[in-house]
Design a protein around this ligand. Structure first.
Ligand code: AMP
Ligand code: GLY
Length: 434
């Protein structure tokens, strides 16, 4: 079986690594891939948003199964194109990918289907939005409607900050057409959790909870990034809540999409805020999170490719997920300066030493990295995802940092507190969630 994975991040390396363990013995291609995916299969120099070139490759190579990693190819209709070509694809078609592509679309669907989420309003006109901000007299969140590479959300403390964000999006067109519609919503207070599930349009199989760390510096300070580290499970969303979380945050949306003739297949990712009043949905993604994917797949013991095929072929009811009871934790090694300007081309060493630091427990996933004359060098902001298993969160954290300490690279930055919130600041562990 020939499988094409689309993307070039740590998530795609983890997908390729796990899929290679399948009993189906796939031949794996990755477009465009990185230095890590090159060790798992064949990298193909086609960018993730070039649907025409991807489809030409799929047909020419006789690809049997397509796995888009990031949202862009899904939002641009790779699943629709695959359906037309008769090739199974693990991911939603363009309409359902709107859950991630448009915040107004997803918020409106949440409202219509009773999914708990922050109260909101949608605006296209700056004056009207500014008037609403003034009338609210409370902190608000301003969100660009479309895809803005994680930079389109401003949690504003004051009315002036909210209006500045609105002006940047609606008047100055900072995000182009992605910001010509905005969502303005109430601030939610609590701890965040990522909750992902396999979906086939009917059956839902949740993965264990995870927690991302979006801010670039320790203590959740500094600008937001794509994610500086993640671990699973997240004590803030304990296992006894999974059924409730599926019922609350997933079933109503999946039912509505099916009713509209647009059943959702692939991974539905609910970004949750665990508030005092219960879980609320911040956003949906229509794919694996990066870096959440890395610890989740470290814990997955079954055959990922078989599960993904079952989802794409609407027979997930045949599947049970085998998940390790261990905790997995991923520390992202980034370039100093990311998410702003950062240097590239730094040679990286210590990759084998990192995996040997805690034998059998560590996997270093490559992200913004490529091989140049046999040497792995940095090629992006998030460069590696050092991922480790442990009996519990404390041990997974210890193992991941022991491994990260072996990596050598100039201008390297990583957070030292991935997982610490889960160890110290967890209402669920303190008994309130039981
Ligand atoms: P989103 O892309 O909607 O998930 O927003 C990105 C990040 O902004 C989230 O992970 C939260 O940290 C923060 N955020 C979004 N919406 C809210 C909200 N209503 N209240 C507080 N923080 C929020
Ligand atoms: N880690 C968050 C995301 O993938 O969107």
């Amino acid at each position: 079986m020939r499988v094409l994975i689309i993307g070039s991040g740590g998530r795609e390396h983890a997908l390729a690594w796990k899929i290679n363990q399948s009993s189906l013995k796939p031949e794996v291609f990755i477009a465009p891939g990185n230095s890590g995916t090159a060790t798992e299969g064949t990298n193909v120099p086609i960018s993730e948003g070039n649907i025409a070139a991807l489809m030409a490759f799929i047909k020419e190579k006789g690809i049997d199964f397509v796995i888009p990693g990031p949202e862009l190819p899904l939002v641009q209709g790779i699943a629709d194109a695959c359906e037309e070509a008769g090739v199974p694809c693990f991911g939603p078609k363009r309409y359902a990918a709107g859950l991630e592509a448009s915040k107004s679309f997803s918020k409106t669907m949440m409202l219509e289907t009773g999914v708990p989420t922050a109260p909101f309003k949608v605006f296209t006109n700056y004056e009207k939005a500014a008037k609403y901000v003034d009338s609210c007299a409370r902190p608000l969140v301003v969100k660009a409607d479309g895809l803005a590479a994680g930079k389109g959300v401003v949690v504003a403390k004051t009315a002036d900050e909210a209006k500045a964000a609105l002006k940047a999006m609606l008047v100055d067109k900072m995000f182009g057409s992605a910001g010509s519609t905005v969502v303005v919503e109430d601030v939610l207070v609590g701890e965040e959790a990522s909750f992902l599930a396999f979906c086939d349009g009917e059956t839902v199989i949740p993965l264990p909870s995870a927690q991302d760390h979006k801010a670039v510096f320790d203590g959740d300070t500094g600008p937001n990034t794509g994610g500086m580290g993640a671990y699973s499970p997240a004590p803030v969303a304990p296992e006894h809540m999974y059924d409730e979380l599926v019922a609350l945050s997933m079933r109503p949306i999946l039912k509505e999409l099916k009713k509209r003739g647009q059943p959702f297949t692939g991974i539905l990712y609910a970004g949750l805020m665990m508030t005092e009043k219960g879980p609320q949905v911040l956003e949906y993604n229509v794919r694996f999170g990066d870096p959440e994917c890395q610890p989740l797949l470290m814990r997955l013991e079954g055959d990922l490719l078989q599960v993904m095929l079952a989802a794409a072929q609407h027979r997930l009811h045949e599947v049970t997920l085998a998940i390790s009871p261990k905790t997995a934790l991923c520390v992202v090694i980034a370039a100093k300066g990311y998410p702003g300007e950062f240097p590239k081309g730094m040679p990286i060493s210590g990759l084998e030493a990192a995996e040997a630091a805690v034998p059998g427990k560590v996997k270093v996933f490559h992200a913004g990295a490529r091989t140049e004359n046999g040497q792995v060098v940095s090629a992006g902001g998030r460069i590696l995802g050092v991922t480790a298993l442990g009996a519990d969160l404390a041990e997974a954290q210890k193992n991941a940092y022991a491994a990260a300490a072996a990596i050598r690279m100039e201008n390297m930055h990583f957070r030292r507190d991935i997982g610490s919130k889960g160890l110290t600041n967890c209402w669920a562990c303190s008994g309130k969630g039981e």
